[in-house]
Design a protein around this ligand. Sequence first.
Ligand code: TRP
Length: 331
Amino acid sequence: MKRILTGITPSGYPHLGNYIGAIKPSLDLLDEKCESFLFIADFHALIKVKDAKLLNDLTFQIALAWLASGLNPKKTFFYRQSDIPEIVELNWVLSCLTEKGLMNRAHAYKAAIDVNKVSNTKELEEGISLGLFSYPVLMACDILALNATHVPVGSDQQQHLEMTRDIAGKFNRIYGETFNIPEGVIGAEKTVLGTDGRKMSKSYNNVIPLLSTEKELESTIMKIVTNSQEPGEKKDYVNNILFDIYSSFASAPQIADMRQKFDEGIGWGEAKKIVYKDLNETLEPIREKFYQLQNKKSEVEDILKENSIKVREFTMPFLDEIRSKIGIKSL
Ligand code: TRP
């Protein structure tokens, strides 16, 4: 049986990129014939978020985003990473198997080093925590503690998944077959672009929030960067930020329609109005559910707690098995 698993790190408020890139493809993938584990990677967020109150709130907001988007916690194991202590226990075990050189190649670590290089920081490793450095091992533990078979991720996470496969293979070779070698299911073909044309990311401050008011949504759409072409001039939809953003959520007929309007020279203001209207329609039901759940924090907490108990029914005996295989057991 397929066992699908994926997580979202609560290091920022949920945005359209999370929905299109992670939430929707994961939910679309689920059917009666699979088991699914969807979780909030709060320990991962700790690498970036050092404000306790903020981390707690972001965790709640990401939980709301999953639930408002249609996750059914009766059919899917929906939990918080930090409620499963076996994940961090496995983290030590697998850290002892993972070569430092493998982590040296991780994109996030290399990017942090590059930032220091460019800004001429004295120490190349300044500001880089061990947590950031070994991030991919913790991610491997999320996946392997549940022995997942399929992991839907954005293309930026592909490298982490390769590392997970490496680590799992190494464990199996040394201690005997234990872990499935998980497959990545690469979701959105194209990365969802932000309002400035770079990848939509909280660190670039270019996100379209998933859970905003209609007014806020409208003003964000109006901020999408376009060029100085006048209404009436034919617009190029290749490499156009507004068109790319529209294509990430609109239906095929809507996209075809927009293409024609670009050919006919629609003005940017008018095009943005259509983008806003159609996106607003897509987000309306999510927003509705979000507002309903927003005041039910304790219910959301109960859902996470109940699910973590069920998840641990698997992870506890699995970790016992692993301990025994590596020689950590009673004499
Ligand atoms: N690293 C992922 C991201 O930033 C989030 C994540 C953490 C994850 N653990 C995971 C995704 C396990 C899939 C499987 O998007």
